[in-house]
Design a protein around this ligand. Sequence first.
Ligand code: GAL
Length: 835
Amino acid sequence: MIALKQYITRYFSTGIFILFVLCFLSCNSQVTTSDFEDRKVLFTEGWEFQQNEDITNIKKILDSDSWDDVNLPHDWSISKDFDENSPTGVGGGALRGGIGWYKKSFAISAKDSSSVFKIQFDGVYQNSEIWINGTNLGKRPNGYIGFEYDITRYLKFGEEENVILVKADNNDQPNSRWYSGSGIYRNVWLKKLNKVHVPQWGTFVTTPEINNEEAVVNIKAKIANQFSAKKNISVEIKILNGDKLITKTKGSEFQISSNNENEVEEQLTITNPKLWSVDKPFLYTAQVNIIQGDEVLDRYETKFGIRDFKFDLEKGFILNGKSLKIRGVCLHHDLGPLGAAINTRAIERQLEILKEMGVNGIRTAHNPPAPELLDLCDQMGFIVMDEAFDMWTKSKTKSDYSQYWEEWHEKDLRDLIKRDRNHASVFMWSIGNEIQEQWSEEGAKIGNELSEVVKSMDTTRPVTAGMNPPVHVSDEEVTIQFEETADQPNALAGSGALDIIGYNYAHQTWEKHQLNFPNTPFIATETTSGLQTRGYYEFPSDTTKIWPVRWDKKFTGGNKDNTVSAFDQVRTPWGSLHETSWKIIKKNDFLSGFYIWTGFDYLGEPTPYEWPSRSSYFGVIDLAGFPKDVYYMYKSEWSKDTVLHVLPHWNWEKGKTVDVWAYYNNADEVELFLNGESKGTKRKQDDDLHVMWRFPFQPGTLKAVSRKEGKIVKETIIETAGSAEKLVLSPDRKTIKADGKDLSFVTVTITDKQGNIVPRANHNISFSLEGPGKIYGVASGDPTNHQSFKGTEHTALNGKCLVILKADEEAGTLKLTATAEGLEKTSVIIQSKNK
Ligand code: GAL
């Protein structure tokens, strides 16, 4: 592998670039969409890092010799020990923050001294401050928004090295209600541009008219001239389907004065447009070419989708003329054991698991997401609610973003809209989550101000907010929960700032929405907050537990080992069981949909418990990415795949009264057999979402058979497991790319001799790897586990554990070996290949 430093020097300085431009000029008509990708290169390798809260002088930091080599994205908090006394709090994941410094040296060839160089950070948590060759470029408090600096005038060209220094200050705690991570946790890009170019987020592509025959595409493109002389240029815009040219403009000539920015606006028509939908997320590319004479000075590409949508008062959400329920989940930005450090494959895996469940929507709770998440949502088909803030002027944790609100909120919001408004998957802007000001006139005022900012930049999407219920909630428990506010009108809801009334929880009020808000459609921005530990069950399964009893009361109940039953029977007082909320959404056409709290478990907020728990119980899927049982309830409702999921496991005390549930679809009934003897046939009645049997436990074989019109549709068998004997390693992918980034997620199952999962096995498993790769993370989904996610051993939770392997840039064979006391050692081979 070539070190990035050398790569940049070579790439930007040698004939490669010239050759490349020449080739482009001579074969203009054959250029593919990827030709100009390299106007920006990843700038993530060869950095150095140190955590240091003591040195404030940048010269001293640069001179210090305690730097470690790192590649970005990097989250230093995830490697810390879990600590009850961490200033981040248990709500923040019990992992410490602090102050981190990053530096990188790089040379840029003298030949490139006439180009413009910009550095783009997709997200630094938080309070970043950046210097190049000793000059301060600026600060950015917000830890989730991307930003860019023009570094051209500070660069030294030629052999001499440039040094970029980044400070990330996450010391002032607590500043987040969930795990934030610390450091340069998203990608960094170096851009090399002609002095005439499309600036950052410089295009806005909309589709003002869409019908079956044609779609009108409107493209606005900013053109910046950083020359000190005016320039005569022409701008040609092409629409491509992959590499194929669909249509293009004639090219408009104009003059752009020195150090100025102009905007070009063009319309093109696509005949027989392919629409973007959640099932067929088709994307086009708008390519802006800035041309001077024969030379293409810059090429800037924007992916976009053609889709028509509306939130209807009666019919709910309509996409391309058809009603579509938004079956969404809220997601925090952490990637479980990988912490906040983004990895595209890890995000893709999360989305694959959600797609498989039938999810079609993502709410980016409660902040701007990684750009890679939105790219994947565009490509895979999700309805995204893109959220800006968790607080405005009033804080939720002592040192949170509210302290920067006044100075930064407008810029942060504008940058979010500019950054994300071309994404086909983004359908709604959320200006905030459970904002404290919502109850006062101040909230109405700020809501209107923010909404106007959004509208000034994008009128194609509605504005909403995840409010607390704006109307009185009659249910006793919820009334108690919102005691102080229940009789007070929600000023934000009544302010007219919102195009869609969005609120969190209070499912009891949803069906009354049209009475309360006859003119504004509804979206359940956040729902459920059910609680589960994967693979742990309590009987009877049909009694509901409300944990904690009240949101403002310390939870004293629960289980000694901080477990929660995985039957859908435990919920927070503000939330609901999973089935309750879905039944209401399903039944009422006018309810556009919902976003369940949450798709995946996340670090921090271990409701209902406190320490030693350090991560959430809300996920439909656990922190390691293993589905909990309720995943299959949703899958049976939302997916076309045939489902017959039976719970719990089949290892209980003889004679104990147990409940057996089945989630099923595509069938009329399910018959259950224990050791060949029928336990009865059950059919879902009315709006039931599962069936249940109750009888005394006997070990053996539990078999469920689903039938439609008498014909067998599916059979599911669970055996009583014997003692733990083996480890089974199942990689999600056996071949990965040797690109230094790709991952293989290997599920480790503890089984008996016959291969049945041993349902409460919790062996500590050690891993070793041979070959060109790394053990990049380990996890089990146990919210109380305090072993490092970055270690090479982990205790299984209820028979399962996860190990994540990361490819090096060298291809080869990876051999992963797992060992645990009393179990047979086992290995699996994964190939890492060059493209
Ligand atoms: C909501 C809040 C979320 C999360 C959730 C837990 O009120 O918006 O961020 O805290 O509760 O149930």
